[in-house]
Design a protein. Structure first.
Lengths: 291, 226
């Protein structure tokens, strides 16, 4: 019976001030969409790092004038280096084969380069790709080494861009969240005011605090959850029309975002939306009802 | 039943205390008038007994419980043992007489079945039989106050507090309300009534406690308005 009362009060409360309810749900939805997007981005960057860093190589290009002894010493040292997981020596011929393969589309370029002009190199995989700098410092002044190149550097720039987008999404999520919070607080105040007589009687006859507050808090929670569902819908549409649609070429370059990951955002957004609304409503009531 | 021990209450920003070192003891089943001019502090007593406010000094005991140190989450349960009636009735305008009384039951967790059994009974008791389904604006002032009394009494409280319950009523209606409060008092309920209606006090001849400027200046069994 009491549950029925509380639920009917929630519905009445949401309808009574329907323009405000809609405003609350929309701001909540936009904020949660941003939050969901940056959450996706976060998971995505992580997945990409896992996928790429595993195969990432540091290339140590050798001088054309490198001696056999220098090469042999370097190889032994690299193989016994605790930072190094795997060493592969790439001869000039192998480098040329790979070059031909890579640029098979432009035979002119391939023809212009002679086999012995490409540098031989050591391709090494690190135990921890983050430790590139140590490798670099250790070997950079070594005789016979021309250059050390970390493929990670190139990827890092992509990750930096993704990170910046993620931060922007987070910032706009927070700004929208503030607007959403204020709207929730305001809606709850209006609701509490329009029910002030009922609340006064309830307090007088000794209704428990949770019973007085529950309809208001639930009203905010329902709005928060609706906002989360709409925000999730926006993410789904974003995946269909942007990632799998007009931005297809870009997403093919990166690892694709799976539907499972997108789906994961629903409970995340719903929890954040529901909790934030509930806490805001509850705090507002503490000030406004003084139960 | 009710005990105030050296209670002092000063409202924030007030120059002098509303109650100044007031001690009073009320036994179970008593009918007590608090009288005094406006602003003398008599309504402050009702608020203290309801734990709407807390005293600056002293202790307040209701039903042998120390109200002053009561945890806030215990207040709702505590208030269920007290009925309360006000000058302005405080009925819900969009609910009928029946619904107003039933509301008070339902919000403290009583089922609709309990309400269906108890509410008609108490409305009959206050003399509103047959008018259960009228809205407050369809009832006279006296009838509205009867609804309020029914709501206050429906839980069979140990104490009934009445803050100028006849303040908005004409003399004849006031006397009817007083008869009703008297009947309720005879069931063993302690009644504490704040008023400045001298007619009523003089007719009832019950205990009178007079307050002036926050102090008790008279406490007289079977007293008159003075």
């Amino acid at each position: 019976m009491r549950l029925k009362y509380v639920l009917s009060e929630v519905m009445v409360g949401l309808w009574r001030n329907v323009t405000m309810t809609i405003a609350m749900i929309i701001t909540m939805a936009v904020s949660l969409t941003m939050l969901g997007a940056s959450g996706l981005m976060y998971l995505q960057v992580d997945a990409m790092k896992d996928a790429y860093y595993k195969d990432i190589e540091v290339s140590i290009f050798l001088d054309a004038s490198v001696t056999d002894q220098q090469r042999a010493e370097l190889q032994t040292e690299l193989e016994s280096d605790p930072l190094v997981r795997k060493v592969k020596h790439e001869t000039k011929e192998e480098a040329y084969e790979r070059f031909k393969e890579l640029f098979a589309d432009s035979p002119d370029l391939v023809n212009a380069v002679q086999a012995d002009k490409l540098p031989e190199s050591f391709r090494i995989n690190l135990v921890d790709p983050e430790q590139y700098q140590q490798i670099f410092d250790k070997y950079k002044d070594r005789e016979g080494i021309d250059d050390i190149i970390d493929q990670r550097r190139l990827l890092e720039q992509i990750f930096n861009i993704l990170g910046a987008i993620q931060n922007m999404a987070l910032v706009s999520a927070s700004v929208m969240a503030i607007a959403a919070l204020l709207l929730v607080a305001n809606t709850i105040q209006v609701a509490a005011y329009s029910k002030r007589r009922e609340v006064a009687v309830m307090k007088l006859v000794g209704a428990s605090n949770w019973f007085i507050q529950a309809p208001f808090v639930l009203e905010a929670v329902v709005a928060g959850l609706l906002g989360a569902i709409i925000g999730f819908g926006a993410l789904v549409l974003g995946k269909i029309f942007l990632l799998d649609g007009s931005l297809r070429d870009l997403t093919d370059l990166l690892t694709p975002i799976r539907w499972g990951t997108v789906l994961l955002m629903l409970p995340f957004m719903a929890t954040v939306g529901g909790l934030v609304s509930a806490i805001t409503a509850w705090v507002t009531l503490r000030f406004y009802l003084r139960v | 039943m009710i005990q105030l021990e050296h209670v002092t209450k000063t409202y924030p920003k007030a120059s002098r205390p509303s109650l100044d070192d007031v001690s009073v003891s009320i036994e179970k089943g008593e009918f007590v008038f608090f009288i005094g001019p406006s602003g003398s502090g008599k309504s402050t007593i009702i608020k203290l007994l309801l734990h709407e406010i807390t005293p600056n000094k002293g202790r307040v005991y209701v039903n042998n419980k120390d109200v002053t140190s009561m945890r806030s989450w215990k207040i709702p349960t505590f208030r269920r043992t007290i009925g309360c009636v006000f000058q302005d009735f405080r009925l819900l305008p969009n609910r009928t007489a029946y619904e107003n009384v039933a509301f008070a039951l339902e919000v403290i967790g009583k089922t609709k079945a309990v309400a269906r059994r108890v509410v008609p009974e108490v409305l009959e008791l206050v003399g509103l039989g047959g008018k259960e389904h009228r809205y407050p604006h369809e009832l006279s002032g006296g009838e509205q106050q009867r609804v309020a009394v029914a709501r206050a009494f429906v839980n069979r409280p140990l104490i009934l507090l009445a803050d100028e319950p006849t303040g908005n009523l004409d003399p004849d209606t006031s006397i009817e309300i007083m008869r009703l409060l008297d009947r309720i008092n005879r069931t063993g309920t302690t009644v504490v009534m704040v008023t400045h209606d001298s007619n009523i006090v003089n007719q009832m001849r019950r205990r009178v406690i007079e307050i002036e400027s926050g102090r008790i200046v008279r406490d007289q069994a079977r007293g008159v308005y003075g």
